[in-house]
Ligand binder design. Structure first.
Ligand code: GRF
Length: 209
């Protein structure tokens, strides 16, 4: 069966993107990464995607008069590659309301905290500075409200307060993020998620295998 084409938006290293590309290599994974778009021309993740034989496009946001014009250009590029699902994987650009409306229920973000805790940027730093003993990551559908869309999956890790450094926390979190994003995409493509009353409901049989 044909795999669903995923478009990944990045701004930096693209470690979550790389994990998705690796997961998608498996014959039984239901999605493939069709294109990677970055708003930062020199994003290291673009090179990783190119080396994996994936189409990449850099669209620096600075050349656009406003957010929506930029978002429409990104969207046109995704559509050109036949994308059916968008994954935000470290895309550090606030989008206009147009983008999540256009891709409603077809856009997933991976966020480095247990939302609703620690929304926004530097989430692992927030967790570290607060001295919490548990943190994690969240895959969620993207809506107009930043980091507030329906949660698909979360996973947790423990923090040894006073022992773990911020780098330890980031490393543990990133490992989890890679797994959670790939699982969320898989659930979506296998049609196991339904968004109802702003919540994700799982169809029976989720997370099999
Ligand atoms: C990740 O921690 C992701 O959760 C957040 O930004 C970071 C990007 O890392 N949204 P990378 O570019 O995937 O390595």
């Amino acid at each position: 069966m044909a795999k669903l084409k995923v478009g990944v938006l990045i701004s930096g290293r693209g470690s979550n993107m790389a994990a998705l590309i690796a997961a998608a290599k498996a014959a039984d994974y239901p999605a493939e990464v069709a294109v990677v778009v970055s708003n930062v021309a020199g994003a290291p993740g673009l090179k990783i995607a190119q080396d994996a034989g994936i189409a990449t496009v850099a669209i620096p946001h600075k050349g656009f008069p406003d957010r929506e014009t930029f978002d429409r250009a990104v969207s046109a590029e995704l559509e050109k590659h036949g994308v059916g699902l968008v994954a935000l994987a470290g895309f550090m650009r606030i989008q206009s309301p147009w983008f999540p409306a256009h891709w409603k229920d077809r856009i997933i973000n991976i966020h480095p905290s247990l939302l609703p805790y620690h929304p926004g940027s530097n989430a692992y730093k927030q967790a570290y500075e607060e001295g919490v003993r548990v943190s994690g990551c969240t895959a969620h559908f993207v809506t107009e409200q930043l980091d507030q869309g329906p949660v698909i999956l979360q996973d947790v890790f423990h923090i040894r307060v006073g022992e773990d450094t911020l780098d330890d926390i980031k490393a543990r979190g990133k490992e989890l993020e890679a797994k959670v994003l790939s699982q969320a995409v898989q659930l979506y493509v296998n049609d196991q998620l339904v968004v109802k009353d702003k919540k994700v409901i799982f169809r029976p049989g989720h997370l099999q295998g």
